[in-house]
Design a protein around this ligand. Structure first.
Ligand code: AKG
Length: 282
């Protein structure tokens, strides 16, 4: 029998139904986050929920060609062209993009021991690459903390990007490639390009990437549009001024926020204050 690599954790249907990883799986994923700076929770989301999220994505942006997206990106809109043919979209959190996604029990129960029980949802977007999108440069989502003291690589996690593919993403369609262990590298130190790890994404996966881990969206060599959901969770004091200084980090109608259970409101509170700040400054 071929063993799964250390970063790949198979979530059982029982764990998904319970909303909690068993201790052995949780430990395996914590160890991967610590040593490799990423982990894949395979089967974190049910196939039916992922299909619903994809339908909702299609309803919001499925009709858009690459040219349409570029036009949107050229004006004040939820769309940003991050690289040629690759767009970050502040999705409207309606339909299946609901608490089952951004407040998934299984995810939150896993993330709380990593970042504290007062962790915050920092942003929710989608990153969509169109056929022909090129490979991104190697980058971190944000830099090390306390850069002047060179201690960032040794510190615990301050933010995690949770990527949820809305369709299966094989190597030709371009998943996100990572450099395992690069969260422990000092600013300015680069791992060899050939250390890039490419793992095809499957529907139901949640790919957890420490904000410090070097990664790159890979080229889309297929004929298909590749949308992935991007949910970022962070320690309560971390404000993502690298990616969302003047852009709203999420798009949720105020009435949806007001209707959330009271215990979930703190999770979104900071993103809301950033929305207000972005509106005031832009
Ligand atoms: O498109 C991807 O796979 C990754 C995107 C990304 O890392 C980014 O836009 O910062």
């Amino acid at each position: 029998m071929i063993e799964n690599p250390a970063y790949l954790v198979e979530v059982t249907p029982e764990e998904r139904a319970l909303g909690q990883l068993n201790q052995a799986n949780a430990n395996r994923a914590y160890s991967a986050m610590n040593l490799q700076g990423f982990a894949i929770l395979r089967g974190c989301f049910s196939p039916a929920h992922v299909a619903d999220m994809h339908r909702e994505y299609q309803a919001q942006y499925g009709a858009m060609t690459e040219a349409d997206m570029r036009v949107l990106a050229g004006k004040a809109s939820p769309v940003l062209e991050v690289d040629k043919g690759r767009f970050e979209i502040v999705l409207k959190l309606v339909g299946a993009f609901d608490i089952r996604a951004y407040a998934s029990d299984l995810l939150l129960r896993f993330l709380i021991p990593l970042m504290g029980s007062d962790l915050r949802l920092s942003s929710v977007t989608a990153v969509t690459s169109y056929p022909g999108a090129v490979q991104q440069r190697m980058h971190r989502d944000a830099g090390h903390l306390f850069p002047e003291f060179q201690m960032g690589p040794t510190l615990p996690t301050y933010a995690v990007n949770v990527t949820v593919p809305l369709i299966d993403v094989d190597a030709t369609m371009g998943p996100t490639g990572v450099w395992p262990g690069s969260h422990r590298l000092a600013e300015g130190k680069k791992p060899p390009e050939e250390g890039l790890l490419t793992v095809p994404f499957l529907k139901g996966d949640a790919i957890l990437i420490d904000y410090r881990t070097l990664h790159a969206g890979l080229p889309n060599l297929s004929q298909n549009v590749r949308p992935i959901l991007y949910m970022v969770y962070a320690r309560s004091w971390f404000v993502d001024d690298t990616n969302h200084r003047l852009r709203s980090p999420l798009n949720m109608p105020l009435e949806t926020f007001r209707a959330l259970p009271d215990n979930l409101k703190p999770l979104l509170m900071r993103a809301y204050s950033q929305i207000v700040r972005a509106k005031g400054l832009s």
